[in-house]
Design a protein around this ligand. Structure first.
Ligand SMILES: *[C@@H]1O[C@H](CO)[C@@H](O)[C@H](O)[C@H]1NC(C)=O
Ligand SMILES: *[C@@H]1O[C@H](CO)[C@@H](O)[C@H](O)[C@H]1NC(C)=O
Ligand SMILES: *[C@@H]1O[C@H](CO)[C@@H](O)[C@H](O)[C@H]1NC(C)=O
Ligand SMILES: *[C@@H]1O[C@H](CO)[C@@H](O)[C@H](O)[C@H]1NC(C)=O
Ligand SMILES: *[C@@H]1O[C@H](CO)[C@@H](O)[C@H](O)[C@H]1NC(C)=O
Ligand SMILES: *[C@@H]1O[C@H](CO)[C@@H](O)[C@H](O)[C@H]1NC(C)=O
Ligand SMILES: *[C@@H]1O[C@H](CO)[C@@H](O)[C@H](O)[C@H]1NC(C)=O
Ligand SMILES: *[C@@H]1O[C@H](CO)[C@@H](O)[C@H](O)[C@H]1NC(C)=O
Ligand SMILES: *[C@@H]1O[C@H](CO)[C@@H](O)[C@H](O)[C@H]1NC(C)=O
Ligand SMILES: *[C@@H]1O[C@H](CO)[C@@H](O)[C@H](O)[C@H]1NC(C)=O
Ligand SMILES: *[C@@H]1O[C@H](CO)[C@@H](O)[C@H](O)[C@H]1NC(C)=O
Ligand SMILES: *[C@@H]1O[C@H](CO)[C@@H](O)[C@H](O)[C@H]1NC(C)=O
Length: 705
């Protein structure tokens, strides 16, 4: 009986609203038709020692009347003349620049922004990154080369407009140009465009974006809240997580990884590059020229070098390192240097002979590569001599190959590079190889447009996957030459003999397959064959090079795991160990987990079978934690180490619907509230008088028992 109470207001409300407004209005109030937008990516909030950057919506989603930006006049409409603020601005990517965005940011009439991202960037270039990447955490500062600090003599990324480092109080989502954006445009045209510039009539098309962020202010603040939650709550509601993942490394000659600190008689040449990138939007980081071209080149170099160097080992060891999280103030390299300093890594800095780093190389097109070095450490005569040797080794190899490799014509700072983190602690000799003499040639640095298309990795649309994997693109050919140069230079730098240099040649086929896998389709037959049989579904996900956060804390990002398997395939040996031996090789006399990693892989699958024949690969590859020392030391305001964290959130979604006028909605609400009050009164009356009202019914029920 009592259960009837709450039911009254609902049907009564619907009835009264329909009775008040009839027909159409009744429908639009009672059954708002939401159209979910399924292909959106938000911009999220990140925090460092002192700032928050990125975007967020209101807690219950930010809603605004949709307005499509097509001209300056539309901008005026949004910012001042339009009668229905706040507006949800829907724009083409050409408006997504710092001038327009800063005007929107400054206005209280903007509820949020949705940007349609095309596949190719604007011809004049576009970079939402800063002009001076990792400005405060490289080697240059007031104390070290003050004249070179803050990109004073070379602005590396002159196109950088800094949008990725702004703090927006409204949500910004990206959309692909597809059917969904057509639905949005149609909704706008049908409802929000009034003839001759007059105000459009309700109902209007509105958009709602949800991307509320839990963390605020900066990393010290959010880590403090995390600790409070952890200590006082059974279900801790964490607000932010440090950016973290793993570096991937491989030794030419395996070293015992269970002994840490200095190794007698080890002199190691480090061959480095980075693994990660970013863009304005969360988890979109194609970084084709920015990152992928570099690591593909180093992978191909390792593949070319290993067989020869294992046959005729050079006197020095070579450590291939792929640093993770470098985009965010050098997370991976700063951690490796920290571990080397604190005897938590298998070698220490005294073991490091020299560093050869690969920067951006994807656009060199067999023209010219540049050898960057640090003028400050070269003031030291022994470093100068070692850098000179390294330069001569590379030049020697280049002249053999008929390639042009030069040092920049004027003395300048090192470009942003992991090598700077080594120089921060001691003057290690080293070179950074890149395709730019001064400013980056990359016109889309850390942007969504730094993609396969920009690197010219493209195939005719009617090609099968097998044919695409087999097609050696021009980009692959030129990167293979760079890889040969790097591999031979490393062999020579490690003391290998000249006559064998010509035995080391990178395979353009491997380069083309790597580019295909990392830029176009990770779920291809080659990647499937060399990956774990139980993780194959991972390959279906879109590959992103954004470092991200880990849950649980020691989890490995799937794409990093895949990378380790690829490196193992390229540098390791197939063994005849069984699956259980592969898990526990220490039982076998000639195998050792101190020296090698053992990986069970799926193996190639021929056309007439489904399973392939899995086998065990032995390789000297390892994962090394890329977790900023700032968090190990609980120094969340660190000026020395990266402090970047990513906020948590509960809901990310986007949808459009029609809204009635505010007056109408207020009236509806008012009627609803009135009806609710009346019904509460009625309920109260009915329940207080229930004895009287329902006494007969009650009596009948008792008598039946
Ligand atoms: C921001 O808005 C204020 C007034 O609301 C104006 O004075 C100021 O110039 C604006 N700044 C920018 C960058 O548009
Ligand atoms: C920038 O470099 C120029 C010379 O290259 C120097 O004169 C100037 O003082 C430097 N500025 C700073 C802030 O160090
Ligand atoms: C926008 O970015 C350009 C570099 O692309 C810069 O020169 C300009 O000062 C920036 N404008 C604003 C308002 O930040
Ligand atoms: C944090 O990020 C902001 C925005 O990029 C930057 O201005 C500031 O210098 C950074 N703080 C530290 C300590 O690096
Ligand atoms: C997009 O539209 C095209 C034609 O307009 C249609 O063939 C296709 O199925 C649509 N795709 C989706 C996902 O609705
Ligand atoms: C998004 O997906 C939902 C459910 O699959 C569908 O109803 C909706 O129409 C989709 N949105 C668009 C804009 O296609
Ligand atoms: C818009 O204005 C033009 C002339 O200025 C007029 O001919 C036309 O009928 C108007 N359209 C509407 C829908 O009012
Ligand atoms: C690696 O070092 C540990 C500790 O010194 C030692 O027990 C182990 O036998 C070594 N492994 C190999 C393969 O030399
Ligand atoms: C190097 O190449 C030469 C000639 O191609 C060959 O005879 C020799 O065996 C190779 N050496 C190694 C270590 O691969
Ligand atoms: C790497 O993968 C290729 C193709 O599946 C295979 O032929 C080769 O044996 C693999 N190498 C190792 C060491 O697993
Ligand atoms: C694996 O190969 C080695 C030689 O490479 C051989 O001694 C060993 O018996 C083989 N083991 C099995 C299980 O086939
Ligand atoms: C699969 O095909 C290959 C040739 O393509 C053949 O040699 C092999 O016997 C076939 N295997 C099975 C199980 O049919």
């Amino acid at each position: 009986m009592r259960r009837m109470g709450p039911e009254i207001p609902k049907w009564f409300m619907i009835l009264s609203v329909c009775w008040l407004y009839k027909g159409v209005t009744c429908n639009s109030v009672e059954q708002k038709i939401y159209v979910a937008l399924n292909n959106t990516v938000p911009c999220v909030r990140l925090l460092n020692a002192t700032h928050q950057i990125g975007c967020q919506s209101l807690k219950s989603g930010s809603t605004g009347v949709l307005h499509v930006l097509q001209s300056e006049a539309d901008l005026d409409w949004v910012l001042s003349t339009g009668p229905h603020p706040p507006y949800m601005v829907f724009m083409e990517a050409s408006f997504f620049n710092n001038v327009t965005m800063m005007r929107l940011k400054n206005s209280t009439r903007v509820a949020g922004v949705a940007v349609v991202i095309p596949n190719t960037g604007p011809a004049q270039g576009y970079s939402p990154h800063t002009g001076c990447p990792n400005q405060n955490t490289g080697v240059y500062s007031e104390k070290y080369g003050p004249l070179l600090a803050n990109c004073n003599n070379t602005v590396w990324n002159p196109l950088g407009n800094g949008l990725s480092y702004e703090d927006f109080r409204f949500p910004i989502f990206s959309l692909k140009d597809d059917n969904e954006t057509e639905v949005i445009r149609k909704c706008f045209e049908d409802h929000n465009v009034a003839a001759n510039g007059s105000a459009p009539q309700y109902p209007l098309c509105a958009m709602q974006l949800f991307s509320h962020m839990s963390a605020v202010i900066d990393t010290p603040t959010c880590m403090r809240r995390n600790h409070l939650q952890n200590s006082f709550s059974i279900n801790p509601d964490m607000v932010c997580d440090p950016l973290r993942d793993y570096n991937v490394i491989a030794y030419l000659r395996p070293v015992n990884t269970s002994t840490k600190g200095h190794k007698a008689n080890e002199s190691v040449v480090i061959a480095a590059t980075r693994l990660d990138g970013r863009s304005f939007f969360w988890d979109i980081a194609p970084a084709a020229e920015g990152t992928v071209a570099g690591f593909v080149t180093l992978l191909a170099a390792a593949h070319a070098l290993f067989p020869v160097a294992q046959e005729v080992p050079p006197p020095r060891n070579i450590l291939f390192t792929f640093f993770q999280g470098e985009t965010f103030d050098y997370i991976g390299s700063s951690r490796m240097v920290y571990d080397m300093q604190n005897k938590k890594f298998e070698i220490d800095l005294d073991n490091v002979h020299s560093v050869l780093e690969l920067g951006q190389v994807g656009l060199w097109n067999r023209q010219k590569l540049w050898m960057h070095s640090d003028p400050i450490s070269r003031l030291n005569s022994s470093v100068e001599e070692e850098v000179g040797n390294l330069v001569n080794n590379i030049k020697f190899v280049a002249s053999q190959m008929n390639l042009s490799v030069e040092e920049p014509s004027v003395s300048q700072a090192l470009p942003p590079s992991s090598f700077q983190r080594f120089l921060r602690v001691r003057p290690v000799p080293g070179i950074v190889i890149a395709d730019h003499e001064a400013a980056f040639v990359n016109r889309y640095y850390e942007s969504i447009y730094d993609n396969a298309e920009y690197l010219n990795v493209a195939y005719p649309s009617n090609m099968s996957e097998a044919e695409q994997l087999d097609t050696v693109t021009d980009t692959a050919r030129s990167l293979a030459e760079a890889a040969t140069l790097v591999a031979r230079s490393l062999y020579k730098q490690a003391g290998g003999s000249d006559p064998l240099l010509s035995n080391i040649t990178a395979d353009p086929k491997i380069v083309t397959q790597l580019l295909y896998g990392f830029l176009i389709q990770p779920n291809n037959s080659w990647f499937r064959a060399l990956f774990r049989p139980d993780h194959q579904q991972v390959l279906k996900g879109v590959q992103s090079n954004y470092v991200g956060v880990r849950m649980p804390e020691n989890a490995v990002k799937e794409s990093t795991l895949l990378f380790q398997y690829i490196l193992a395939n390229l540098t390791g040996k197939a063994t005849n160990l069984t699956q259980s031996q592969c898990q526990n090789p220490s039982d076998l006399p000639e195998e050792s987990k101190d020296l090698y990693s053992y990986m069970w892989v799926k193996g190639p699958v021929s056309a007439n079978e489904t399973e392939g024949s899995p086998y065990c690969v032995r390789a000297s590859t390892r994962l090394h934690e890329a977790y900023s020392p700032a968090f190990l030391l609980s120094d969340y305001a660190s000026k020395e180490y990266s402090t970047w964290t990513e906020s948590r959130w509960k809901v990310i979604k986007a949808r459009i619907f029609l809204v009635a006028s505010q007056e109408l909605e207020m009236l509806t609400l008012g009627v609803g509230v009135a009806v609710l009050l009346v019904s509460l009164l009625v309920t109260y009356f009915m329940s207080s008088k229930a004895e009287i009202l329902f006494s007969s019914a009650r009596e009948t029920s008792t008598t039946t028992y």
